[in-house]
Design a protein around this ligand. Structure first.
Ligand code: 5GP
Ligand code: MN
Length: 342
């Protein structure tokens, strides 16, 4: 755990400040939940807080309290720049390096004259002035709860904050099932329910909001699934054409990689998704046990994340990317055989 400059940050925040809070590009439940929760908390403390999101987030997160106040840096650039330029400090949540916001926004942040504060649980964080980094914690939302606790402000957590924090803990723990889910996580979740988070509604809003096309896209993904038993590996591909056929919307592919990991005996799963807009193939990697997909992705696919959940990207065609992936597996065979789940 790294806690840097906490007392100085506390003094800095004794006066009302203009604060911008930012999550990573292609925000997930944890990025949106943590940034919005922190905004609600800071606003209650008398600050003026704006959440600037690098780009659009999935429809199934638009119901989050405060979602209507956010700016998307890519298509609400004027408002986003104005908020950033007028701020006294920027909070970076749920990401560990500036490039994770995307090229244009990174350029803007690199010119930022004031300080950054980071609250994040990813490995190998960039160094900024104020830091709360802990790679053992399941979600940035849990860290925001603990940050509020460190400030002796748990009483300020209302139903909106509780709802945002519950959402991110739920999505980043695969609904409280990953190893990173601890008894502390469950105690925090219990407190969030006491403070007004409606667990059934939140699960429903996030997980039971599928369109018919999204299910058909999942069907396509599953029929593309390939299994490589020698390496305890399974992978899925989705091409631009397939995404178009099922009217792909942002967020539609989220979680699909977990189906590959749900196969008995599989401990390494990947999904390769063509992204025609960016001209890349976006990958998600998942593993069980000691095989680090963070390291695998850093080594070969320009990415990173956590030991058991990471992402990466490739400039090659989807076919060549898959070939590269499959060709790499033999050198990891021993590690893959040794990594297992009880
Ligand atoms: P997902 O596969 O759900 O997009 O991401 C899994 C984890 O890896 C998340 O914590 C995410 O922030 C991280 N991640 C995803 N893509 C990248 C990437 O391209 N680079 C890095 N450093 N981390 C990534
Ligand atoms: Mn997270």
């Amino acid at each position: 755990m790294i806690l840097k400059g906490f007392e100085a940050l506390k003094s800095f925040l004794e006066k009302p400040r203009n604060i911008v809070v930012i999550g990573h590009r292609n925000p997930d439940g944890d990025a949106m939940g943590s940034t919005l929760a922190l905004k609600h908390y800071f606003d209650k403390k008398g600050h003026h807080t704006t959440v600037v999101v690098p780009n659009e987030y999935p429809e199934f997160l638009h119901w989050l309290p405060g979602s209507d106040t956010t700016y998307r840096f890519d298509w609400q650039n004027t408002q986003s720049q104005r908020a950033i330029n007028g701020s006294d400090i920027i909070f970076l949540l749920d990401f560990n390096a500036l490039h994770r916001v995307g090229h244009d926004m990174q350029k803007t942040l690199e010119k930022y004259p004031n300080d950054f504060a980071m609250i994040d649980h990813h490995q190998q964080p960039d160094d900024v002035k104020y830091m709360y980094s802990d790679v053992t914690i399941c979600s940035t939302c849990q860290m925001v709860y603990q940050f509020i606790e460190m400030n002796n402000d748990l009483d300020l957590i209302d139903a909106d904050i509780a709802t945002c924090l519950y959402t991110g803990i739920m999505t980043d723990t695969g609904s409280f099932r990953f190893r990173s889910t601890t008894s502390t996580t469950h105690r925090i979740i219990a407190d969030l329910i006491d403070k007004g988070a409606e667990n059934d509604k939140i699960h429903n809003n996030v997980y039971d909001a599928n369109s018919y096309n999204r299910l058909l896209l999942l069907g396509q993904a599953l029929s593309n699934l390939q299994i490589l038993p020698t390496y305890k590996t399974a992978y899925i591909t989705l091409t631009t054409e397939e995404k178009k056929r099922f009217d792909f919307q942002k967020g539609d592919t989220e979680g699909i990689v977990n189906y590959a990991l749900s196969l008995k005996g599989i401990i390494f799963a990947a999904i390769f998704i063509e992204d025609a807009e960016q001209g890349i193939v976006k990958m998600s990697f998942r593993s069980k046990g000691s095989f680090s997909v963070n390291q695998f992705s850093r080594n070969h696919f320009n990415g990173g994340g956590h030991d058991n959940a990471a992402g990466g990207k490739s400039d090659l065609s989807i076919e060549k990317t898959v070939t590269k992936f499959v060709t790499l597996l033999p050198q990891y065979q021993k590690e893959l055989e040794a990594s297992y789940e009880d």
